[in-house]
Design a protein around this ligand. Structure first.
Ligand SMILES: CSC[C@H]1O[C@H](OP(=O)(O)O)[C@H](O)[C@@H]1O
Length: 357
């Protein structure tokens, strides 16, 4: 299975090459595959804010490499001076988007790496090694969560599954082949997948533009629906699993994810459809007791009022929160690379995070 999953790693969101970061501009997909070369932290921060690169783990990985880019610009500095010189870059990256905790987790890892560098070590090499470790650990986590998620499907379902997914939690959102889409790819390889029901995911259309592009590129049977079709599909008995990613999971198992996820969880519970959240442990924020404290990003109203530049509505104010919070009690299982948490709660999340990594 692992060899087949590695073979499935076709799509990439980002690449570190020749001391530069390359990002696939996800605003232009699926019409155009346009890679951009980045050499400064400020340009990467802007790319994150404008969603050229998006998806919680991918945002963290991009920010880690952005710190390497910043360090390259101050290579003559002594270690102590470098930490001071890079502070504005850390702050710029931390301000790029507020909800995905992976961004702050990655910046903390880079800060800790810099603090641990001795006077006799090249800080640039240490920071690059740390960023590459973050990248490779996320790839490895994708594979492990895919195997754990497949194990859960095998244990609790018979026959081929109809899986609904929301937004894009695939290769375009991670360093590997995805969290939710990683489990879906594993189920497809294992012959346990009948069809993926892809929610378009207004207003940014991550489902219609990104998830559809990833799945169709690999011949994985999929069908696109408008977001408001979800209840109808579940009512018709056409969905056996809802499998989504996450941007921040709090200490009690509450989950922040793309707007629309919460209502899918309510519908799933009402229709006895199983609900799985898939995320690396870098998405778990044990500092926040519950989802009520998660900062929810609100983006510009124009994302709601226009589509590909064409105005959709009259001059009306628009409300555009791009995440919501699903309470732990509506989640059947959280799958991470550290393990599987069924019926998540504070005790089980603590057990997961205190266990072996
Ligand atoms: C694998 S986490 C992906 C996660 O991030 C997405 O948000 P955005 O596209 O705004 O970065 C969405 O919440 C996905 O579930």
């Amino acid at each position: 299975m692992r060899e087949q999953m590695l073979a499935a790693e076709k799509v990439k969101a980002l690449e570190w090459r020749d001391n530069a970061l390359y990002l696939l501009d996800q605003r232009l997909l699926p019409q155009e595959e346009c890679w951009q070369r980045y050499t400064t932290a400020s340009a990467v921060a802007q790319a994150i804010a404008e969603m050229h690169v998006r998806g919680a783990p991918a945002i963290g990985v991009a920010a880690a490499f952005a710190i390497v880019l910043a360090a390259q610009q101050h290579s003559a500095y002594q270690v102590a001076d470098l930490a001071v010189a890079l502070q504005p870059d850390f702050e710029l990256l931390a301000a790029s988007r507020p909800t995905a905790v992976n961004l702050f987790w990655a910046l903390d890892k880079m800060r800790a790496c810099l603090a641990a560098v001795s006077q006799h070590t090249n800080p640039l090499l240490a920071l690059e090694a740390q960023a590459l470790a973050i990248y490779n650990e996320d790839r490895a986590a994708n594979l492990q969560t895919a195997e754990f998620g497949l194990q859960v499907i095998r244990e609790s379902s018979a026959g081929k599954q109809h899986v609904m997914t929301h937004c894009n939690a695939g290769a375009l959102a991670t360093a590997g082949f995805g969290t939710a889409l990683g489990v879906i790819r594993a189920a497809y390889i294992d012959g346990l997948l009948e069809c993926v029901h892809v929610n378009e995911t207004r207003p940014w259309l991550q489902g219609a533009r990104l998830t559809a592009w990833e799945l169709l590129g690999e011949g994985i049977p999929s069908v696109l629906s408008v977001d408001s079709c979800a209840a109808h599909l579940m009512h018709q008995g056409k969905i056996s699993w809802v499998i989504v990613g996450a941007d921040r999971i709090t200490a009690n198992g509450d989950v922040a994810n793309k707007i629309g996820t919460y209502q899918l969880a309510v519908l799933a519970r009402y229709h006895a459809v199983r609900f799985m959240v898939v995320a690396p442990s870098s998405t778990i924020d044990m500092q926040l007791a519950s989802g009520i404290d998660i900062p929810i990003e609100e983006r510009d109203a124009t994302e709601v009022l226009a589509l590909s530049g064409q105005r959709l509505a009259a001059q009306i104010p628009a409300y555009n929160p791009v995440f919501d919070v699903t309470p732990a009690e509506l989640i059947d299982v959280i799958v991470t690379e550290r393990g599987i948490v069924r019926q998540p709660n504070q005790h089980k999340m603590l057990e997961l995070m205190q266990g072996p990594s």
